[in-house]
Write a protein that binds this ligand. Structure first.
Ligand SMILES: *[C@@H]1O[C@H](CO)[C@@H](O)[C@H](O)[C@H]1NC(C)=O
Ligand SMILES: *[C@@H]1O[C@H](CO)[C@@H](O)[C@H](O)[C@H]1NC(C)=O
Ligand SMILES: *[C@@H]1O[C@H](CO)[C@@H](O)[C@H](O)[C@H]1NC(C)=O
Ligand SMILES: *[C@@H]1O[C@H](CO)[C@@H](O)[C@H](O)[C@H]1NC(C)=O
Ligand SMILES: *[C@@H]1O[C@H](CO)[C@@H](O)[C@H](O)[C@H]1NC(C)=O
Ligand SMILES: *[C@@H]1O[C@H](CO)[C@@H](O)[C@H](O)[C@H]1NC(C)=O
Ligand SMILES: [Fe+2]
Length: 468
């Protein structure tokens, strides 16, 4: 065999350049998308926009929305607002093709905020739903009746497929409307929305003009009346403004949006859990006390041992403020909660954490930063197959605009990041596999701008392949 010729100098240089590039890629983490979007100001839709139209008729119900009403998805909370008079809080509902109508009774109340007084906000829980069954329901009984429908979830169990939509920081701009339309038109039909906080952005208006809570409720009704949205509270739900005498945090949000917190033995509506199909979903509050001994801490400590992966293989956590975020916006705001809870997330093999707050998109590698103990210097997040994937989906399109300024270089924990508006789909196939995709508003409805096969951390702990 002839000896190979000595390498030519130009080849050596080329190889060195390739090696350098490779090294650069390795230590600089994942992909920063170079997608070029149309840059224009994000503005709220005007009060006379079509999506804010008040439904016609005397005392017609408006802002209709539904959410899960118990631990297992056999109950549903139906909420709506009437403005002329309280009217009835009754819901009439029936199974598709059944003539047997049932009724449920609820309650209505109002609240005041500065010089605003709300309409009559109704909340009525309907129970004993049959799994996987389509129901019709009517509200506005006695005056203008409006009819909607929903499909009850399958029985909680490890191998029922279920598809969640993911939306965050939505607001009520023209871009918000595009995000909602893209979610509705996505051929992978979401069955329930996991909403990661920041709903109306009414607090960006003078005196937190709560009329913008009403317009938001009317805007999203085309989705929220037909499928449950699972609510997380964000900073824009605080509405804390002592200068105008409003000192009760979360007042408009908690009056308008109910959660089934008592069913998971939570003591406050801002943190709770539900089971839905194959998923156990834990909702946390970034803006409530979470330090040691606080109610939220005690609740979460007791909650993890209740998770039964044989029943619900998928363990999902929602919160508003992300723990892993490589944008120069809200950088490290989630850090104190991460320090408190991250060890539990890793020990309990949480599959995925969804957050918002940063108005952009980011998906992390499976990383943890739990080795650090202040003195050992091990302060860099490391790849950890027991750790969740962290997804920031705060790109709903609100009036504050996009977060475009990213930390450079891209940290190792960041797998993909892009400053575009959009939504995502988490499509659970069975106990081992879930398909995740992110959809930007500039693309056609079926286009996947980012995607990832999730392997369940309990049943399929192997490293997931990256799809490029
Ligand atoms: C919002 O989106 C819907 C669905 O695409 C459309 O019918 C409506 O005209 C839009 N409204 C505004 C104000 O953009
Ligand atoms: C109800 O009736 C429609 C058509 O009349 C049919 O397509 C549908 O399958 C029926 N649903 C059930 C649950 O029987
Ligand atoms: C509330 O106060 C603002 C600012 O003073 C004013 O513009 C608005 O008309 C008032 N609204 C009501 C309902 O009184
Ligand atoms: C809530 O607490 C009650 C009383 O201790 C207990 O029976 C029930 O199982 C608990 N439920 C959950 C979901 O933890
Ligand atoms: C991006 O953020 C960094 C850190 O806050 C800041 O120093 C820099 O000026 C920002 N760049 C732009 C273009 O705003
Ligand atoms: C689970 O779903 C994945 C992806 O669709 C599929 O490849 C796998 O065969 C499924 N597993 C079982 C046990 O059906
Ligand atoms: Fe936020």
């Amino acid at each position: 065999m002839p000896n190979p010729p000595p390498p030519r100098p130009s080849l050596v240089v080329a190889a060195a350049v390739v090696a350098l590039l490779l090294a650069a890629t390795l230590c600089h983490g994942g992909k920063t998308s170079l997608f070029v979007r149309k840059v224009e100001k994000t503005i709220d839709m005007p009060l006379d926009a079509d999506v804010f139209a008040v439904p016609p008729g005397y005392n017609a119900p408006q802002q209709v929305h539904i959410t899960q009403g118990d631990l297992l998805g056999e109950a549903l909370i139906v909420s709506w607002v009437t403005v002329d008079e309280p009217g009835s809080s009754k819901v009439i509902y029936w199974k598709e093709n059944s003539s047997q109508k049932k009724t449920a009774q609820g309650k209505a109340s109002t609240y005041s905020y500065f010089n605003y007084t709300s309409g009559h906000i109704h909340h009525t829980t309907i129970r004993n739903l049959e799994h996987g069954t389509k129901y019709y329901y009517e509200v506005g009984i006695g005056h203008t009746v409006r009819q909607f429908w929903f499909v009850a979830p399958p029985e909680v169990g490890p191998d029922v497929p279920y598809t969640f939509g993911l939306i965050g920081d939505l607001g009520q701009s023209y871009d918000s409307n595009r995000t909602l339309a893209h979610y509705e038109m996505n051929p992978q039909k979401g069955q329930t929305v996991l909403f990661v906080g920041d709903l109306s952005y009414a607090d960006n208006y003078p005196n937190h003009d709560n009329n913008r809570w009403d317009t938001w409720g009317r805007f999203v009704e085309r989705s929220t009346a037909y499928q449950p949205w699972i609510w997380t509270a964000g900073n824009h739900e605080l509405d804390f403004d002592p200068e105008i005498g409003e000192t009760k945090p979360f007042k408009p949000f908690t009056h308008r949006y109910r959660t089934p917190f008592k069913a998971s033995n939570s003591t406050a509506p801002l943190w709770y859990s539900i089971k839905r199909g194959p998923a156990h979903i834990i909702v946390l509050s970034s803006y409530s006390a979470y330090g040691k001994y606080t109610p939220q801490y005690k609740w979460l400590e007791a909650e993890f041992p209740k998770v039964n992966r044989a029943e619900t293989p998928w363990l999902i956590v929602m919160m508003h403020s992300p723990w892993y975020n490589s944008y120069n916006y809200h950088y490290m705001e989630g850090e104190s909660m991460r320090v408190m809870y991250e060890t539990w997330f890793v020990q309990n093999k949480v599959d995925v954490v969804f957050a918002g707050h940063v108005h952009a998109y980011e998906r992390s590698e499976r990383v943890s930063n739990i080795a650090y103990n202040v003195v050992n210097g091990m302060c860099t997040p490391e790849i950890d197959q027991s750790a969740p994937v962290y997804i920031t989906i705060g790109d709903g399109g609100n009036l504050e605009g996009l977060a475009t300024n990213m930390t450079k270089p891209q940290p190792k924990y960041s797998a993909y990041r892009e400053a575009s508006f959009g939504h995502a789909i988490f499509d659970i196939k069975n106990r081992t596999h879930a398909y995740y995709s992110w959809h930007r508003n500039q693309d056609g409805y079926a286009v996947e701008a980012d995607r990832h096969w999730f392997y369940n951390r309990y049943y399929n702990a192997a490293e997931e392949p990256s799809i490029v």
